[in-house]
Design a protein around this ligand. Structure first.
Ligand SMILES: NC(=O)c1ccc[n+]([C@@H]2O[C@H](COP(=O)([O-])OP(=O)(O)OC[C@H]3O[C@@H](n4cnc5c(N)ncnc54)[C@H](O)[C@@H]3O)[C@@H](O)[C@H]2O)c1
Length: 360
């Protein structure tokens, strides 16, 4: 097995490695050392556990460990399932040196991280992401949360993992739609801050869609490097980290309006990025050609670039007012100057936002 790629998240005593490579779940010699105590709880779900749980459990031999298999889907990223994790930790007699291992996509990662942040005021957790979206985004950076009926990610904590173990072999079983969803977040890194990477993506659409191992590993590495750099400079989102939300204020409104599940996260973000680019052009911040180039790339990856039928622009603007980034009731958005140059825009004109939704 060749040595994995390593990206280090530089956060002093809370810093951690991100390993990226084929076969890493079965390579416990690589990740076992980050588990310091004697107790481990593996949290996974009904889809991922039958595929990959055994590889992880094989590496936990000399520990006291247990597994909790949650139902699949965003609707289960809630407090009920968090309580089930607490119950499993109690049954394991997990003390403050216990570790939670999150094996799955962003849903499993977010809920496991949140439980780890709360149990005895914070225990270690290791992310083992198995979707592209979780590999390039949700497993890195320490944002953890669960949803309430009133809204997504309303209850959460910043809690950094001890390590992120990205086994690229797990992508072989990922459905096409979920792969494309992750690619939307990959495109985001090029769009917000790296025009060279954006151009690399334009040249490598075919390789990525046919899951070429080297192309995927490179895309994951650059995405993790970008996110790790931003998180190291602004861990709790007082400034630059907000740029990672490029397309997300539009996207989250769309996810809420259409009901979670109609669009997968990356699809909503694809449309959201395009609307942010079009709004930037409308406001004279960026050229129209950049928005067109973004639309072309999204389309080549099979991502949606138009609003689903029946979306109501007024309701979508109302939903944007609830976004966590807003300050004093004014809509704060991430817009851009063009490919590779996102920026925070405060107090954006609501009429212009509504216009962009209407044309979407
Ligand atoms: N914490 C953060 O910074 C952050 C960032 C972005 C998104 N998120 C969150 O991440 C979640 C979305 O994550 P996601 O897109 O990974 O969704 P997900 O976890 O629901 O996974 C998508 C689907 O793929 C299945 N799956 C996972 N790995 C698989 C594999 N290797 N083979 C086959 N099937 C597999 C899952 O069971 C699920 O059905 C949302 O809740 C979102 O809020 C968090």
């Amino acid at each position: 097995m060749s040595a994995p790629l390593l990206v280090q998240v530089e956060l002093g005593s809370r810093g951690y490695p991100i390993w990226i490579g084929a076969g890493l779940l079965g390579d416990a010699a690589r990740w076992r050392s980050v588990i310091r105590g004697r107790h481990a709880l593996v949290v996974s779900n009904t889809v991922v556990a039958p595929l990959y749980l055994q590889r992880v459990r094989a590496g936990l031999d000399e520990l006291t460990h247990a597994t909790l298999i949650l139902p699949d889907g965003e609707v289960h990223k809630n407090l009920d399932c968090t309580a089930r994790i607490f119950a499993a930790l109690a049954e394991l007699r997990a003390s403050r040196d216990a570790t939670i291992i999150a094996l799955g996509g962003g849903v499993v990662g977010d809920i496991s991280g949140f439980a780890a942040a709360c149990w005895m005021r914070g225990i270690a957790f290791v992310q083992m992401p198995t979707t592209l979206l979780a590999m390039v985004d949700s497993s890195v950076g320490g944002k953890t949360a669960v949803d309430l009926p009133q809204g997504k990610n309303l209850v959460g904590a910043f809690h950094q993992p001890s390590a992120v173990v990205i086994d690229t072999d797990t992508l072989s079983t990922l459905p096409d739609r979920e792969l494309r969803s992750g690619l939307a977040e990959v495109i985001k890194y090029g769009a917000l801050g790296d025009s060279e990477f954006f151009a690399w993506l334009e040249r490598n659409v075919d390789a990525l869609l046919r899951r070429d191992a080297a192309a995927l590993a490179h895309a994951i590495e650059i995405s993790c490097l970008t996110k790790a750099g931003i998180v190291a400079r602004d861990e709790t989102e007082h400034g630059e980290r907000a740029l990672l939300n490029f397309g997300h204020t539009f996207g989250h409104a769309l996810e809420t309006a259409t009901g979670y599940g109609a669009l997968v996260h990356g699809e909503a973000i694809a449309i959201g990025m395009l609307l942010a680019a079009r709004l930037s052009a409308r406001l004279g911040r960026a050229g129209v050609a950049d928005a067109q180039r973004l639309a072309a790339l999204l389309q080549r990856f099979g991502l949606p670039t138009a609003l689903p039928a029946g979306a109501d622009p007024q309701r979508l603007v109302d939903l944007m007012r609830l976004d966590k980034k807003n300050v004093s009731g004014r809509i704060r958005l991430i817009l851009w100057r063009g490919i590779g140059h996102a920026e925070i825009a405060a107090d954006v004109d609501e009429a212009a936002i509504q216009q962009v939704w209407s044309e979407g």
